[in-house]
Design a protein around this ligand. Structure first.
Ligand code: HEC
Length: 156
């Protein structure tokens, strides 16, 4: 009988170690599943708002970004493709066209596409049939502010 006691202890010890490992793994999984894109959307004086300090246009853009839920489809850190493309470098991709074209895109992307705009056509070829929401409520100045936020955020 006695010889079985160390075996039982060994068994309990191994189970304990496995259990601990499981907890560590589950915690790690929890970390990766955390919605990173939501992080900069919380204000409360976190480090994420520091990059906006002193830039009132970008700060306004940040508010508009949240109010209009651009982050539902676009990564709010501007880096990853999600349902919609990552927006880092977007003004460079549109630099061959008047700045207003980008405003028209955000206000009504399908109308710009219908006019045969080359960049809109290119985007549609890659991302269609996912249609971006229309933002007729946003003025040119509003979109300019959002783009200022996008650029500042993309620089990190
Ligand atoms: C319902 C999802 C959705 C929402 C919400 C959304 N977009 Fe988009 N956006 C897209 C998709 C999809 C594309 C790619 C083109 C296409 O398929 O229409 C795109 C493309 C773009 C582009 C062009 C990107 C490039 O590389 O040229 C810009 C700029 C843009 N979106 C800005 C915005 C802004 C600003 C908002 C918020 C005001 C917003 N989007 C909200 C889905 C969305």
């Amino acid at each position: 009988m006695r010889t079985y006691i160390p075996l039982r202890l060994l068994y309990l010890g191994t189970t304990g170690i496995l259990f601990t490992l499981c907890i560590i793994c589950l915690n790690a999984l929890g970390e990766t599943n955390h919605p990173v894109q939501d992080a900069p959307l919380t204000d409360g004086g976190s480090m994420y708002t520091d990059f906006l300090a002193g830039d009132s246009l970008a700060r306004r853009g940040w508010t508009l970004w949240r109010e209009n839920a651009c982050g539902a489809c676009h990564d709010s850190n501007m880096q990853r493709d999600m349902t919609a493309p990552a927006l880092a470098g977007v003004t460079t991709r549109w630099s061959a066209y008047p700045r207003e074209d980008l405003y028209r895109w955000v206000q009504n992307s399908q109308r710009l596409l219908g006019s045969g705009h080359p960049r809109a056509t290119e985007l549609w070829a890659e991302w269609g049939p996912s249609v971006m929401s229309n933002y007729a409520n946003l003025s040119d100045e509003d979109v300019a502010a959002i783009l200022a936020f996008v650029e500042t955020r993309a620089r990190g």
